[in-house]
Design a protein around this ligand. Structure first.
Ligand SMILES: [Zn+2]
Length: 299
């Protein structure tokens, strides 16, 4: 069972549990750096874990989309497995942690959209936010389908990779639970924090974790390098997830990364079913996805 250990994978996640888990992990395994790369619209810290001393730089992120919070749990569970394997060497998930951390510097932002995640798993914040969120949500109190940040902007539609196309063709022209790209690109603090982090670090690879579909996207226009196809083949083989080169989408974080840096970028659609995915599926999803994460560090 993956529920044994520090990260409890049997309850819905939120920014408070994330913060507590990061502190707990740091207490037991003080071998990573914990950075705050920015703040959400409501002022919650957006955390980055940095570990390893390698010259190759890889970045993982989760919960760009609010009701895909299971991706934060996946990354935190993987971080716990990595830390345990370094300390004890008995964890069977990651057998070569020392080599990985000599070769790579790993950056993990487990929860890009803390306000949105908290809205889905806890409910609207105090004061007049409950009225605002309910009105963005077309009068409904059920926030389970909410993907956006707290202001109703889809953070994965905010990036400067043909953003104008998405603005033009996306149905919502004002704040909405999903798909609204904002009135301008990079209008939201969460998107800006991710862009700044990525520009500063010039990652060699990025994997953005979303749910769901048991597939992954690896191309953008003609900007992706040959290495992307090579890695996609490996990811397919180890996980059984289906690799898709092109989807009709722009302005995503990964789209922008590939266009700006011409380096491999992947959107991994974890699990299969209706978001938010039930936690009963966690163990199975984790089994598949950790193989992709490991492969991204071994090839
Ligand atoms: Zn998503």
């Amino acid at each position: 069972m993956t529920s044994r250990g520090i990260i409890n994978t049997e309850r819905p996640y939120c920014s408070e549990w994330l913060e507590a888990d990061l502190q707990k992990l740091f207490r037991f395994f003080p071998i990573f750096k914990l950075n705050t790369i920015g703040y959400s619209f409501l002022g919650k810290p957006i955390y980055e874990v940095k570990i390893g001393e390698g010259s190759r730089k890889i970045h993982f992120n989760g919960s760009f989309h609010a009701n895909e919070w299971i991706t934060s749990l996946i990354l935190m569970k993987w971080l716990e497995d990595l830390l345990k394997s370094i300390q004890s060497g008995v964890n069977e998930t990651i057998t070569n942690p020392t080599q990985i951390l000599q070769e790579w510097t790993i950056s993990i932002v487990p929860m890009v959209n803390p306000d949105g995640v908290d809205l889905v798993t806890i409910g609207p914040p105090p004061n007049n936010w409950s009225t605002i969120c309910k009105s963005i949500n077309l009068g409904s109190d059920d926030f389970s389908q909410w993907k956006a940040n707290i202001r109703g902007v889809d953070l994965n539609n905010q990036f400067p990779a043909k953003w104008e196309i998405e603005q033009e063709r996306k149905i919502p022209k004002s704040p909405a639970p999903r798909d609204f790209p904002g009135y301008t690109q990079l209008s939201e603090p969460e998107a800006r924090a991710m862009l700044d982090l990525t520009v500063t670090n010039e990652f060699d690879r990025v994997l953005a974790f979303h749910s769901q579909g048991e597939e992954f996207y690896w191309g953008y226009e003609n900007y992706h390098p040959e290495e992307s196809a090579y890695l996609a083949q490996i990811f397919e083989k180890v996980s059984g997830y289906k690799g898709i080169e092109y989807i009709d989408s722009h302005a995503g974080y990964r789209d922008w990364f590939i266009q700006a840096f011409q380096k491999p970028g992947f959107t991994i659609e974890c699990g299969f079913g209706e978001n938010p995915l039930p936690l009963e599926q966690f163990d199975k999803i984790y089994e598949d996805v950790k193989k992709i994460i490991l492969a991204s560090l071994m090839y």
